[in-house]
Design a protein around this ligand. Structure first.
Ligand code: AVI
Length: 797
């Protein structure tokens, strides 16, 4: 457990009123105690002054007077980040409090005066959420003042001070945390993250996640956006000169540690906003030549007039930069609250149970063993935790197999391909698993007696323990193969195929499980509306694009599969992605910004008087709900980011009829048109031809449901709204198509004229699949279960 405050906040004891002494409890967690702190500051100062270019550490700004001056800054109208954050907390504190788990421990980094935090604490109190709140700060006197300033009507929320630095806080948490502690929420307000460079910020968060957090823990972080450069500059260069005083006071503070060698009149404050890089920089600028050789030595001690010493950077983030910051630190977004002007965001992010890091979406070689480990975590969570043993005989989708089949199919398929590709290997025991788990049932929906070859369902499925042992044996086999460094290209192909096959089945299993009431909810925050507040999107409902001939496909010749090579040597694609070919298109296409939403589809059903709701909904047309893994959620038309604004998941046939009902030439795009749309808006120019930028997309389990389109996105690209997209293109043999040697029936069995090509990716698609530009999926046009939606386009003249 975390070191416990003396107040009882949970369990059978029940809430107890705080008394003043309890409330003033402050734990000294400093690793460097007072005695040597002075020396450490002096050393930091001298090291900084000697470095090139010279710097003074930012923390020097925050002595007692600095804290007061900063408080004065927060009252300036031009210092908008403070006001924006207050407005968000004032409006949404209850919503934030409701998003935090009960019995959580909230640790605030750099709590300051607690003026803003109190809004959250009282919201938690009013919701009766038992919370242990720890306020971390550098100054114990300010901590005392701040905690003392809280009105002590808190019964459900306990308050304890932590005296120390961020690093002390991180280490203290790592030390005191035990498995039985409730979820941890780290609160980091005031755009303090901006005082670290982008790299420092991501390393800081990543280290926190690695050392002190576990899956399910959360961060609440206030981040300032890249706003109008003039407005940002003004925020740090106010007419009253308060910021100037604040910065220059830092020099005075530094002087106290440097035996007053600096002459304050030699220095002036200078603020510069670097608009391309997105950060403001505060300098001490030398008014005249300054001689510091006496303290920092001859090499760098003579500072000519105009020399700048940097003391602070304030970094701003575009939505894209924020998304990649979180990606880099293995943090997944839960919610985002924005002020009415769209200048500032409060982000709630969590540590996911597994992480398909976007950096691993490189499709040019076989997945790393780390990627496998994450995939296995996801497979175990879905196939063993969400799909419990009590569901093994269930068939959530009547025309498909029983759940038990999928647990065995994934490892058996991998072992089948490994033994086919690597001559030395023979099937793992029990070898008959290759027969009963080889292939699932996927019948023709128009005539379910028409099925491709599939494994016969045995009289009784092997026991869950036997299947689990088999799964781990196959995984061991993979790990042994990875311990060698080379293999034939065919061998790597088998591994690569097995990986993508498992990733695809993860998704298949999930859309099956969504149809069952027995499914267990995943252990993640049930966020249903991601983006809250902020101004409406500035993008119009449709955009017109010019169509030009495009190249499709990927370079991967199977005739060289006997070559022995390292894991990273080759690029792979499924048979239907090959060969590279050019598709001729021209003309102009008007493209809808969003996919067809649940609200759009409901309006249509009501208008035509239909009572037939999609399989992705529950309830009735009068009272529809959207199915999720947490609960079925009623439509709320006033919620701009809620399920009514998610894309509707329905069959191609149903969406085609919707498009006809819409009229005016609206239709579902062809494969080449949709590929052209994605190329226009999501192609990642920095990585050559083959990839899409999916940092903004709702893929790879960032959420466990579809989402509305982010207001910052102009056109929904691959996976942006968390579902695949139907195309009007029928899956058919194209020129140059050759069935794959290792899995010839993969695509060829589906050239029956009943399947349409599907592109993009869903909330549960692995990044390797949806970021690879050549990847193609397909479903029968009547299939209603897969996470596929659609958008409208029309020709323009
Ligand atoms: C605390 N920190 C986030 C403030 C900022 O915006 O960088 C400090 C500040 N410096 C000048 N004005 C405010």
């Amino acid at each position: 457990m975390l070191e416990n405050p003396s107040i009882a906040t949970g369990g059978v004891v029940g809430p107890k009123r705080l008394n003043v002494d309890d409330a003033l409890r402050i734990i000294d967690i400093r690793s460097k105690k007072h005695v040597d702190a002075d020396d450490a500051v002096r050393k930091d100062l001298l090291d900084g002054l000697r470095s090139s270019p010279p710097i003074i550490p930012t923390y020097i700004l925050y002595d007692a007077k600095g804290l007061q001056l900063f408080d004065a800054i927060t009252r300036l109208e031009c210092y908008y980040p403070f006001e924006c954050e207050v407005s968000i907390l004032t409006k949404y504190a209850k919503d934030l409090a409701a998003s935090l788990p009960d019995n959580s421990t909230v640790v605030e980094l750099g709590c300051g005066s607690l003026n803003k935090t109190r809004l959250l604490l009282y919201a938690l109190e009013s919701l009766r959420k038992r919370t242990s709140y720890y306020a971390l700060d550098l100054s114990s006197s300010e901590l005392k003042k701040a905690i003392n300033g809280l009105d002590h009507g808190l019964r459900y929320v306990s308050v304890v001070g932590l005296h120390g630095t961020y690093d002390d806080g991180r280490k203290w948490l790592a030390r005191t945390r035990s498995k039985s502690s409730g979820p941890l929420v780290v609160l980091w307000l005031g755009s303090s993250i901006g005082n670290l460079s982008r790299d420092e910020a991501s390393s800081f968060l990543a280290q926190f996640v690695k050392e002190s957090l576990v899956p399910g823990d959360m961060f609440v972080i206030g981040i300032d956006r890249r706003n109008d450069p003039d407005i940002v500059w003004k925020a740090y260069n106010d007419d009253l000169g308060i910021t100037r005083q604040f910065i220059l006071n830092g020099l005075d503070h530094a002087n106290r540690h440097l035996n007053q060698v600096l002459r304050l009149e030699d220095w002036e404050y200078e603020g510069v906003y670097h608009k391309h890089e997105g950060y403001h920089e505060a300098f001490y600028s030398a008014r005249r030549d300054v001689d510091l050789r006496g303290i920092i030595g001859n090499d760098s001690g003579y500072l000519p007039a105009g020399t700048r010493i940097r003391v602070e950077q304030s970094w701003k983030y575009s939505p894209h930069e924020t998304a990649s910051l979180f990606d880099r630190c293995d943090l997944y977004p839960v919610r985002r609250w924005t002020d009415a002007g769209g200048m500032y965001d409060l982000h709630l992010v969590h540590v996911p149970p597994f992480n398909f890091a976007v950096s691993e979406n490189d499709p040019t070689h076989v997945p790393s063993l780390d990627s496998w480990q994450e995939l296995w975590k996801s497979w175990d969570l879905v196939s063993e935790y969400m799909l419990g043993d009590d569901m093994l005989q269930e068939k959530p989708i009547p025309v498909r197999n029983e759940c038990a089949f999928y647990r065995g199919h994934v490892p058996a398929f991998l072992d089948i391909k490994l033994t086919e590709a690597i001559t030395k290997l023979s099937p793992l025991e029990p070898a008959y698993f290759h027969t009963i788990f080889a292939r699932g049932i996927d019948p023709d929906l128009d005539d379910p007696s028409q099925v491709h070859w599939h494994s016969e369902t045995p009289q009784a499925w092997p026991s869950p323990d036997a299947v689990m042992k088999y799964k781990w044996d196959v995984r061991d086999r993979i790990m042994q193969i990875y311990s060698r460094s080379t293999l034939t290209r065919l061998g790597w192909r088998a591994i690569w195929m097995g990986f993508e096959h498992e990733a695809m089945h993860l998704e298949t299993l999930l859309y099956m499980l969504l149809q069952s009431v027995t499914t267990v909810s995943p252990p993640v925050p049930p966020a249903v509306a991601f983006s809250i507040g902020g101004p409406p999107s500035r993008f119009p409902d449709t955009t017109t694009i010019e169509l030009r001939d495009i190249e499709l496909g990927i370079m991967d010749f199977e005739d060289q599969d006997d070559i022995v090579e390292p894991i990273t040597a080759h690029e792979y694609g499924w048979d239907n992605e090959k060969p590279i070919r050019v598709a001729a298109v021209s003309g102009k296409l008007e493209v809808s910004r969003k996919l067809i939403t649940n609200a759009d589809y409901l309006a249509y059903l009501r208008q035509i008087g239909s009572q037939r709701i999609p399989k992705s909904w529950g309830g009735t047309v009068a009272h529809p709900k959207v199915k999720t893994f947490f609960e079925a959620i009623p439509f709320d038309m006033s919620d701009e980011a809620g399920p009514a604004q998610w894309p509707v998941v329905a069959s191609f046939n149903d969406l085609q009829v919707y498009a006809e009902w819409k009229g005016h030439g609206w239709r579902i795009p062809s494969e080449v048109e949709l590929r052209s749309i994605y190329d226009c808006f999501a192609r990642d120019a920095s990585t050559g031809n083959g990839r899409y930028d999916i940092t903004h997309a709702n893929v790879a389990f960032k959420f466990w449901h579809p989402t509305s389109l982010s207001p910052e996105v102009e056109i929904a690209g691959p996976g942006h709204m968390g579902v695949w997209e139907w195309t009007s293109t029928v899956l058919a043999r194209h020129d140059g198509f050759v069935p794959g040697r290792l899995y010839p029936e993969y695509t060829a069995d589906f050239f029956d004229g009943k399947h349409n090509v599907v592109l993009g990716g869903s909330w549960c698609t692995h990044p390797r699949l949806c970021a690879r530009r050549s990847f193609r999926n397909w479903y029968q046009r009547a299939y209603e279960f897969a996470f596929v939606g659609g958008r409208l386009v029309r020709d323009t003249v």
